[in-house]
Design a protein around this ligand. Structure first.
Ligand code: ADP
Ligand code: MN
Ligand code: MN
Ligand code: MN
Ligand code: MN
Length: 359
């Protein structure tokens, strides 16, 4: 599609009482998103102001055909970086006909914990790694016919130059679009594997971190569409010989950030160790592929074995180098796969470290 022609239509002024709203949500796969558009009479500046909606859940793997009406409950509103103001993108949660959250709606679990532990002020910083693929499914800029890029990994991480990286335009466009939308977008860098990149959301209080991560995933799909690039969050997209793709979750609470917080961090690490397998069951889209990633190689700790360490990138949980000197700080959970659901991971971190909502 020719973007120059498209621009003619994008510049058409809209009637002043018409606002385009894209509603987007997590589908039945738990990793892909869907969206549809509607016209509103005024800009909803908050989720409460955006009307609820419904869709055919039987076409998204979320309901049966005989009982297909599935509802969308707005949870966050962003400025639309593709149509510009006053148009919006509405992030929505999915609920079933009987009012229960859909199977892949883990936002309620996470938000209940955020509300319950509000006084603890949970902060999150999420590092989303991802891989750019050509439309044929092979790595962007990787030699056609199954070959590997002729570049050593140590040159691609934060790399510069066409020999070392591919797809910078996508990362750059995505950065601007996320900032325009209102995400707490924090930064981006080229990753160890050729055509693999990372962006960070944070440091953000409560549910907004995971909301912004999902919104920035949606925006990434749209930007990549424009460039004819396919994005995958698969934890081991190019097979066992190449680095994996994760989403490190950095987490702290008021207690951890306050003087003497190190003792509480140690306490939390003990709880995380006890609950290791419970977390591992929920840290990815598909267990087998995260097992491939968490092989003990390429800066990972083995899937089945919990470990922690200071400045250790081969540990399940890493603490920063200065944490002992300062006596406070935050922890980095390195276990979640690139295709995890941050609502689940953030939720479990609060549940294990701070206690269940209501209990
Ligand atoms: P690295 O790649 O070395 O792990 P990044 O800069 O990619 O480092 O990520 C560090 C993350 O830590 C950021 O997402 C940031 O928001 C997060 N972070 C920093 N301080 C805190 C804190 N006190 N609580 C929670 N997260 C934090
Ligand atoms: Mn229809
Ligand atoms: Mn990082
Ligand atoms: Mn990284
Ligand atoms: Mn990290």
């Amino acid at each position: 599609m020719n973007k120059k022609v498209m621009d003619r239509y994008m510049r058409l002024p809209m009637p002043c009482n018409k606002v385009l709203a894209t509603y987007c949500w997590i589908d039945g796969s738990g990793i892909n998103m869907r969206c549809k558009d509607r016209i509103l009479n005024c800009t909803p500046y908050s989720a409460d102001a955006a009307p609820g909606w419904a869709f055919d859940g039987s076409s998204t793997g979320q309901a049966t055909t005989a009982n297909s009406d599935t509802s969308l409950k707005p949870c966050a509103v962003y400025k639309d970086p593709f149509r510009l103001e006053p148009h919006v993108i509405v992030l929505a949660e999915v609920y079933m006909g009987d009012g229960s959250p859909a199977k892949t709606n883990h936002r309620k679990f996470c938000n209940d914990l955020c509300e319950f532990h509000k006084a603890e002020e949970p902060w999150f910083g999420l590092e989303q790694e991802y891989t750019m693929l050509d439309v044929d499914g092979w790595g962007l800029g990787w030699p056609k016919g199954g070959g590997f890029p002729a570049v050593n990994y140590e040159f691609s991480y934060c790399g510069v130059g066409a020999k070392y990286i591919a797809g910078r335009d996508v990362a750059e466009a995505h950065t601007k679009a996320c900032l325009y939308a209102g995400c707490d977008f924090e930064g981006t860098n080229a990753e160890v594997m050729f055509a693999c990149w990372e962006w960070q959301i944070g440091t953000t209080i409560g549910i907004k971190a995971a909301d912004d991560m999902w919104m920035s995933r949606y925006i990434m799909s749209r930007v990549a569409e424009d460039y004819g690039v396919v994005i995958t969050y698969h934890p081991k997209p190019m097979g066992p010989k190449h680095p994996g793709v994760g989403m490190h979750h950095n987490f702290s609470t008021k207690r951890m950030r306050s003087d003497g917080g190190y003792a509480f961090i140690e306490e939390c690490i003990k709880r995380l160790e006890k609950n290791h397998m419970k977390h591992m069951k929920n840290y990815q889209h598909d267990e087998q592929s995260n097992r491939m990633r968490l092989s003990g190689k390429f800066e990972t700790a083995p899937f089945d074995k919990f470990s922690w360490g200071i400045a250790n990138r081969k540990a399940s949980i890493r603490l920063g180098r200065d944490i002992k000197a300062k006596g406070k700080g935050f922890m980095e959970d390195r276990r979640p796969a690139g295709d995890c659901d941050p609502y689940l991971v953030c939720g479990l971190l609060m549940d294990t470290c701070l206690g269940s909502a209501g209990g």
